[in-house]
Ligand binder design. Sequence first.
Ligand code: SF4
Length: 86
Amino acid sequence: MAQVLRLDPIRCDGYGVCAVHLPERITLDEWGYPVIEPGPVPERLLSRARRAADACPVLALSLRQAAVAPATTGSRAGIRPARTGA
Ligand code: SF4
C-alpha cells in the first residue's frame, strides 16, 4: 500500500535533519522548516523516507499508509435525496 510522509508542524523544531536524508521529497523553507512534497512516496525512496522519519529528533515526521478514499457506489453516494411533498 502507498505510504506518505506526515509532518506534525507543532512538534517540528525546524532543524532540517529530515531534508538531509530525503532531499528529493523534503525541502526547507526560508526559516528552515520542511516543505514536504505531497502524495505517495515512490517505492525507490521508501527506505530513505523511513530513515528521514527515524532521524527526526522530536518525532514530528512519520511515514504512514496513505488514507484510502471512501468507497462510493454512485455519483450521489452518501447524499440523501431531498424530501418532496408534504
Ligand atoms: S527533522 Fe523533524 S524537527 Fe527537524 S525539520 Fe525535519 S520534521 Fe522538523
